[in-house]
Design a protein around this ligand. Structure first.
Ligand code: CA
Ligand code: CA
Length: 311
């Protein structure tokens, strides 16, 4: 029992403290949450490239939220200072820092040639949410209108063309990892309209299966010339424990299949950690073995675990 106690304590105290700290931060709101970087819209077509960059100082901070909206439609002009690339009909960003939510709205009129848009919202950072609790959601809606009415069609597609990449991207880890991408392609007939909505997941939140410490929303799309699109997207994260204590194989259920994994943690913490990093077993957290919640993983957890499995 002494040996097991040592196993539980060795190298684990610090981790436990960090884990408790992270949990405390999650449940009292991400006090160290912050946003960084500008809201940027870049439009490119045969006429050139034009950019709108909105710095954080241009938006409005209201308690735990930051927002900005375009006061009036705005022409996006190419680098030559003269040539029209596209028109921004509306644009708005709302970031709820406390609740880890980002909303972006955008209306564009494509230029005289097919136009690419790259839109990036500020990065929302927060204290790390461990993979055992990190969950996210994203939804997007787009309305497309064909404006010429002379036998034309309108289309809008994610970038790069043909890859199936969504128009809306919800990313994390400074944009290096993808949570989801939504709405790949829609089209409208001559003078007509088309719209699409997609939610991931359909309701509520789903696991990232990864540690998460920031979120970013991007829109990357190409739209046919002279056509109009209005897009809105929402992306958010939440911290909600996914696995109950004792679920040592992290399959979401506490049952007999956890016994071998629990026994391994108690006997050999390091071996458990090595085996549960995704190979050969799914990533899981050895601290879930602290079923009696005394802050230590050791033989004193066995009785509680057995009762939990049987009960
Ligand atoms: Ca299980
Ligand atoms: Ca314990």
């Amino acid at each position: 029992m002494d040996i097991l106690g040592e196993v539980g304590n060795r190298g684990g105290r610090t981790a436990r403290i960090l884990w408790v700290l992270a949990a405390a931060l999650c449940c009292t709101g991400p006090v160290n949450a912050d946003i960084s970087g500008p809201f940027a819209v870049e439009a490119t077509n045969a006429a050139g490239t034009g950019t709108l960059v909105v710095e954080l100082s241009e938006g409005v901070w209201l308690g735990q939220t930051w927002s900005w909206s375009l006061p009036a439609p705005m022409e996006i002009i190419a680098g030559d200072g003269i040539t029209l690339v596209a028109v921004l009909l509306n644009a708005s960003v709302f970031i709820d820092v406390e609740n880890m939510d980002i909303q972006v709205g955008l209306g564009v009129l494509s230029g005289p040639s097919d136009t690419e848009f790259n839109v990036t919202a500020p990065l929302l950072s927060f204290p790390i949410i461990p993979f055992t609790a990190a969950q996210g959601r994203a939804s997007a809606t787009i309305d497309l209108t064909e404006t010429e009415g002379i036998g034309g069609t309108a289309w809008i597609t994610g970038l790069p063309l043909g890859s199936g990449t969504g128009i809306f991207l919800a990313e994390y880890e400074s944009g290096t990892k993808r949570f989801t991408d939504l709405v790949g392609y829609i089209a409208a007939d001559n003078g007509g309209t088309a719209s699409a909505t997609q939610n991931d997941p359909l309701f509520g939140y789903r696991p990232f299966y990864d540690d998460v410490s920031d979120l970013q929303v991007r829109l990357a799309f190409k739209i046919s010339h002279d056509d109009v699109a209005f897009a809105t997207t929402v992306c958010g994260a939440t911290s909600d424990q996914l696995y109950e204590a004792g679920d040592l194989n992290c399959d979401g259920v506490l049952d007999g299949f956890d016994i071998d994994h629990f026994a391994q943690v108690i006997a050999d913490w390091d071996a458990y950690v090595a085996d549960h990093d995704g190979d050969p077993y799914p990533r899981c957290d050895a601290w879930l073995a602290d079923v009696n919640s005394d802050g230590v993983v050791n033989g004193f957890d066995i009785d509680t675990f057995v009762k939990a499995v049987i009960g």
